[in-house]
Design a protein around this ligand. Structure first.
Ligand code: GDP
Length: 306
């Protein structure tokens, strides 16, 4: 089954790893690039890289980010030299960023850089950035606008969120590779990622929603709430910022008109969404088995809908 999966860096990436086990190269992950930023002059692309490390089996599963057993020699040295140390990049992670920055400085596209990174690290699925244009999420706090990474890391997601916007989104367009993956897909899955800052920017790229719906295949979202709560990260805070309840129904309301079905957690205390087909099952992905089991259920559900 050819699958296109929309993902941020954790929930969607874990599901992508499970789906890759089932369909291998027939999986295309459409990864959020609105988290991208520049650190030490390097082009850092957190979500596509996290997806790649999950697919390549390199992720530090305990910590949930970065590469397992990696060292921070360069980062420590940079800090000693006086560079800002708030964005921690381990040595191998820095190599990825160096490679991508140079690749693009030489005239390569972000898509081609990411394809080479995924291929060389051993991912069998494809990892597709949403757009070539630079798009950047920022958050309005009482102290003013903050870049997303500064808000998440330096501010520890603590300030009140007055508004969220994705700079550059109106001028972005889906890449030909993304459009091809959507057109060829037999199922489109929206991973259990933060609906506002991970999936929000993807579906906001002009033409992306139309391409998803134009594919004519089932579009299934997986809720990021497990037993009614986010597994990790400030999902509830961002849901409140867009004035939606932190529930599967709240997530479904953000994807209204786009999805035909939703997978919700069997232990959710709230009513599931209305107006779409619902599959209720355990959705916490623990270990490789957990990731593969949820992937199996999601693809079987999509197949039955198709
Ligand atoms: P980030 O860029 O690392 O914040 O990643 P995402 O936006 O992709 O992921 C954050 C979301 O993943 C949170 O809302 C979590 O609740 C969700 N998540 C993480 N692990 C799981 C899981 O095992 N199952 C489900 N259903 N959601 C998960």
């Amino acid at each position: 089954m050819r699958v296109a999966l929309l993902a941020g860096g954790t929930g969607g990436a874990k599901l992508a790893a499970g789906v890759q086990e089932l369909v291998g190269p027939d999986l295309s992950v459409i990864a959020n690039t609105a988290d991208d930023t520049r650190i030490h002059g390097l082009y850092v692309s957190p979500d596509p890289d996290l997806v790649t490390y999950w697919l390549a089996g390199e992720i530090d599963e305990e910590r949930g980010w970065g590469i397992r057993d990696d060292t921070f020699v360069v980062n420590e040295r940079l800090e000693r030299l006086g560079a800002p140390g708030w964005f921690q990049l381990s040595d191998r992670d820095l190599a990825t960023c160096l490679y991508r920055t140079h690749f693009m400085a030489e005239g390569g596209t972000l898509t081609a850089a990411q394809a080479q990174i995924a291929r060389s690290l051993g991912a069998t699925a494809r990892v597709l950035p949403i757009a070539e244009e630079r798009v950047a999420t920022r958050v309005l706090t009482p102290a003013g606008w903050r870049g997303l990474q500064e808000f998440l890391i330096v501010d520890r997601s603590e300030p009140e969120i007055e508004a969220v916007e994705v700079q550059g989104i109106a001028d972005a367009s889906p890449t030909p590779e993304v459009l091809e993956a959507l057109a060829a897909a037999e199922a489109i899955v929206i991973g259990p990622s933060n609906p506002v800052i991970s999936i929000g920017p993807i579906v906001a790229v002009p033409g992306l929603r139309e391409a998803m719906m134009g594919s004519g295949v089932p579009i299934v979202a997986v809720s990021p709430f497990v037993a009614g709560r986010a597994v990790k990260g400030p999902t509830e805070k961002f849901m409140a910022a867009v004035r939606r309840p932190s529930s599967a129904a709240g997530v479904a309301s953000l994807y209204e008109g786009l999805i035909s079905a939703m997978v919700v957690d069997a232990d959710d205390p709230d009513e599931g969404p209305e107006g779409v087909q619902v599959l209720s099952c355990p959705t916490l992905m623990e270990g490789a088995d957990g990731r593969r089991e949820l992937a199996e259920r999601v693809l079987e559900f999509a197949e039955a809908l198709g």
